[in-house]
Design a protein around this ligand. Structure first.
Ligand SMILES: Cc1cc2nc3c(=O)[nH]c(=O)nc-3n(C[C@H](O)[C@H](O)[C@H](O)COP(=O)(O)O)c2cc1C
Length: 331
């Protein structure tokens, strides 16, 4: 989770007995390397990293993963076969996240060792197929382990996913809503207050289907016509240019890259170019009403912010209770 899965949260997750993935897709190469080294100082348990194979400095990240013997890598859009081969040669486990059956098949063909399938309930960029249906359809067609994601928070969900045929579950939103998560408390309060129906998908924010908490800012973007959207986009681009101290050249460069690469409209491209700064406004700076909050719908069912070790213990207790309940059903 970009800006959320920091060394502290990842180490706390792995130290608790789960498996954390460090978010590097939102970092430059130098910061990414520092984050890997920092995590290594905070845990001796295995953890993985998440990055985009097309991001600037990907070569350096791949080299650092191999050098530090990082256990696993996670990636999604535009995987690069050469990097995957390099990882496999060095025993790094490749676990891409996919949101559609066709992407699962492609990922297996490219050499994935396991898959995380993220159903549409999941937070951040997401697909349109619900977790249960995506899981069933992928399980029928692939021969590698499949981890279910999208809508999980507890041991009952883990038992259900295993019963469905999955090999495990992955959770984003649940771990974002913990003590060790770096998200500012005002923003965590907005997650606690959100109901299931407040967490919806829009394509107007950055051009890709993105599941977010619909605050007034996102409502306005989602209901805007193309002209108003263009106006909001330009205004936020100027505002965020000042905030991030980036140059007009940087913003225009990002804008043209999006326009060309992702088949977006002009206003979506302007918005996509400054969406990282809008997300940071809520997730890093602590202004939930003025920023974007990526979230799984499961936030609507989460009402506490436990430390990671308590959370993992509770999930496992709940899992064992679920199994006992199921034993009772069988008798
Ligand atoms: C705040 C937030 C940021 C995320 N950022 C990323 C990311 O940078 N890379 C990625 O592969 N997935 C990202 N995701 C998706 C999660 O890795 C995970 O697949 C998803 O949260 C699972 O669904 P859940 O939220 O219902 O647990 C993000 C999710 C959230 C909530």
């Amino acid at each position: 989770m970009g800006w959320v899965a920091t060394p502290e949260l990842v180490a706390a997750t792995s130290n608790a007995g789960a498996f954390g993935f460090l978010a590097l897709a939102t970092s430059g190469p130098e910061e990414a390397l520092e984050m890997i080294e920092k995590t290594l100082t905070l845990t001796n348990q295995p953890f993985g990293i998440n990055f985009h194979m097309f991001q600037p400095g990907a070569d350096q990240i791949v080299a650092a993963v191999i050098k530090h013997k990082i256990k696993a890598v996670s990636y999604s859009r535009s995987p690069i076969a050469e990097y995957i081969q390099e990882f496999k040669k060095h025993g790094v486990i490749c676990i891409p996240t996919v949101g559609a059956l066709k992407h699962a098949l492609k990922a297996e063909q490219l050499g994935a060792d396991a898959l995380v399938i993220q159903g549409s309930e999941g937070g951040g960029h997401t697909g349109s197929t619900p977790t249960t249906l995506l899981l069933s359809s992928v399980l029928q067609q692939v021969n590698i382990p499949v981890i279910a994601a999208g809508g999980f928070r507890d041991g009952a969900g883990l038992a259900a996913a295993l019963a469905w045929g999955a090999d495990g579950i992955a959770m984003g939103t649940r771990f974002m809503m913990t003590q060790e998560s770096p998200v500012p408390s005002q923003t965590k309060e907005s997650y606690l207050a959100a109901g299931i129906d407040d967490i919806k998908i829009t394509k107007k924010f950055d051009g890709l289907p993105h599941r977010l908490i619909f605050n007034n800012y996102i409502e306005k973007i989602d209901s805007s016509n193309p002209l108003t959207l263009l106006w909001i986009s330009v205004r936020s681009a100027i505002k965020y240019k000042q905030l991030t101290q980036s140059s007009y050249k940087d913003i225009i460069k990002a804008f043209f890259a999006m326009l060309k690469g992702d088949d977006l409209t002009i206003s979506q491209s302007v918005m996509a170019a400054n969406s990282p700064a809008i997300i940071q406004k809520a997730m890093v700076e602590g202004f939930p009403d003025e920023g974007a909050m990526p979230s799984g719908q499961i936030a609507g069912l989460i009402s506490n912010l436990p430390p990671c070790d308590e959370l993992v213990k509770e999930i496992m207790n709940d899992f064992n209770q679920s199994l006992t309940r199921l034993e009772g059903v069988r008798r």
